[in-house]
Design a protein around this ligand. Structure first.
Ligand code: ADE
Length: 258
């Protein structure tokens, strides 16, 4: 998977790409992060990338030319079909909210472009005629798109084929099955007088699996009841129950717990 990042601050990404799972994926050739400073695509002697807004107002607006040209240069290296399929994503608080389902959807692409803005905003023609998607990482405003881009890169590349080993499987973790993750414990079995649930020490894998699922459901009910409306609560039986309503899910939870 190759992620092209358009940014005025490529240095912000250096530590991020040289650590942990992402570094390992890059070293293995599974992921490539192509940092592009779109200032390099401005043509005037001051390398201008922004200008004051038409109609007046505070702040500066990112000009269309450098961003269009940087994306076009990426597409020149692709065939027509690849170029047409390439997600070109603007990081903006106005975008659709990023979540695990969006991460999964993006992880099916072999390439994508992330555009990080700064200042007051983007010339609207970038939205209308260049990007294919707009993503927000939450309802708050950051000074730029770099931190959102790192969140997207982290969540998406770890789902790319081969990036996580089977012992780090993303299938069990929070949000993967539409539920929060169950509580985890490690040695020592007693710490400052606090123990570990007996069942986890029992060696009975069927009971442990059941306990974990119950804990996942309980935790999701307590912390994120909004998530239960969308989840299939009986994956073990292989039955698909889409769009199950919260009340129905709660009945199933109670029945399962008996
Ligand atoms: N740029 C500034 N704030 C942002 C946010 N919340 N999500 C994505 N991009 C942003």
């Amino acid at each position: 998977m190759i992620v092209h990042v358009l940014t005025l601050f490529p240095e912000i990404f250096q530590t991020f790409i040289s650590a942990s799972i992402l570094k390992r994926a890059i070293d293995k050739g599974l992921v490539q992060i192509n940092l592009i400073n779109f200032r390099d695509y401005s043509h005037d002697k001051h390398h201008t990338v922004d200008d004051s807004p038409y109609g007046g107002g505070a702040g500066m607006v990112l000009k269309p030319e450098p961003i269009f040209e940087a994306v076009e240069a990426i597409k020149q290296g692709l065939n027509t079909e690849e170029a047409a399929r390439l997600p070109v994503i603007l990081l903006t608080p106005q975008g659709r909210t990023f979540n695990q389902a969006v991460a999964q959807e993006l992880s099916t692409h072999s390439a994508m472009v992330l555009i990080c803005g700064h200042y007051e905003g983007f010339d609207e023609r970038i939205r209308e005629h260049l990007v294919t998607d707009e993503i927000s990482i939450g309802d708050y405003v950051l000074t730029g798109g770099e931190i959102p881009a790192m969140a997207v890169i982290d969540a998406v590349t770890r789902l790319a084929p081969g990036v996580l080993g089977c012992e780090e499987s993303p299938l069990d973790e929070s949000h993967a099955a539409g539920l929060l993750e169950y509580p985890q414990y490690t040695r020592p079995p007693e710490f400052r007088g606090w123990g570990v649930p007996e069942i986890l020490l029992s060696g009975n894998h069927a009971l442990i699996a059941r306990w974990r699922r119950e804990q996942s459901v309980k935790r999701t009910m307590e912390r994120r009841p909004d998530m239960l409306g969308k989840v299939n609560l009986t994956p073990e039986t292989g039955k698909k129950r889409n769009n199950v309503q919260l009340t129905r899910n709660c009945a199933i939870i109670k029945a399962e717990a008996l």
